[in-house]
Design a protein around this ligand. Structure first.
Ligand code: BTN
Length: 246
């Protein structure tokens, strides 16, 4: 992982850079890092605030062998890798919110965007995009993000060594990816559950099929969130925006 590395100053989005490299045949583990993104992308068509030199904005090329419907598991795996690395390098006790956010006291410090290029069920490549708000100061946030986002620097009370955090994220990713390839999703799912701030909470989720409310009970074998509604029905949620109620 990271054996092929492209480091950029300002770019539109490391996702687009990594996709172009993947289309040219870049091997699994190719990593693109930028100091700044002018068109950083979040989930569901949102923008991702990526100011110069303040964060870790990077995208990793993956070439998984499993069919397309397994790729959401890689989002969860990436979250576990980042969460473990953040705790190790900074001591900030971040937790995972399903499917892809890292939170500290309810505020977001990292988002993950997994995009796949596939023909039917055959995955040509995936791009795991990781955005970590490492060294943002309170005054850096635009108004709409005030109170929603925080940074590792704010939480740790000191600047973060971005290079050592990137190296540790890659080490953790490599270890988990090996485990995943050898033993499947279950061990990764258990690690995810142990780092989760979603499970055992009441959640309300906006899904494409309408809102769902209930208790977040765990992950199913595919990585979907198991939600128990008040009528006792267990619903697997495959995608959506989760709001933690209490
Ligand atoms: C989200 O929480 O909505 C996902 C955010 C993902 C942001 C990262 S930053 C590096 C990579 N390049 C992008 O344009 N997006 C991802």
């Amino acid at each position: 992982m990271g054996s092929q590395l492209k480091i950029l100053g300002t770019t539109v989005s490391t996702q687009e850079e990594a996709k172009a490299l993947a289309e040219e045949g870049a091997p699994e583990g190719t990593l693109v890092i930028a100091e700044e993104q002018t068109g950083g992308k979040g989930r569901m068509g949102r923008k991702w605030f990526s100011p110069y030199g303040k964060g870790i904005w990077m995208s990793l090329v993956l070439r998984p062998e499993q069919p397309l419907h397994y790729t959401p598991q890689l989002t969860l795996l990436t979250g576990v890798a980042v969460c473990r690395a953040v705790r190790k390098v900074t001591g900030v006790m971040a937790g995972l919110k399903w499917p892809n956010d890292l939170l500290v006291d309810g505020r977001k410090i990292c988002g993950i965007l997994l995009e796949s290029a596939a023909e039917d069920e055959h995955v040509r490549y995936c791009i795991a995009g990781i955005g970590i708000s490492a060294n943002l100061d309170p005054g850096d946030y635009p108004e709409e993000l005030t109170g929603i986002g925080t940074s590792l620097k704010i939480e740790a009370g000191e600047p973060i060594d971005r290079m050592s955090l990137i190296a540790t994220v890659m080490e953790e990713f490599e270890m988990l990816y090996e485990l995943y390839r050898k033993d499947g999703f279950q061990p990764v799912a258990s690690l995810w559950e142990a780092l989760s701030v979603t499970l055992g909470k009441r959640v309300s989720i906006q899904t494409a099929r309408g809102p769902i409310e209930g208790m977040a009970d765990g992950l199913d074998a595919s990585g979907a969130l198991r939600v128990r509604t008040d009528s006792g029905e267990q619903i697997p949620v495959f995608s959506g925006d989760v709001e933690l109620r209490r």
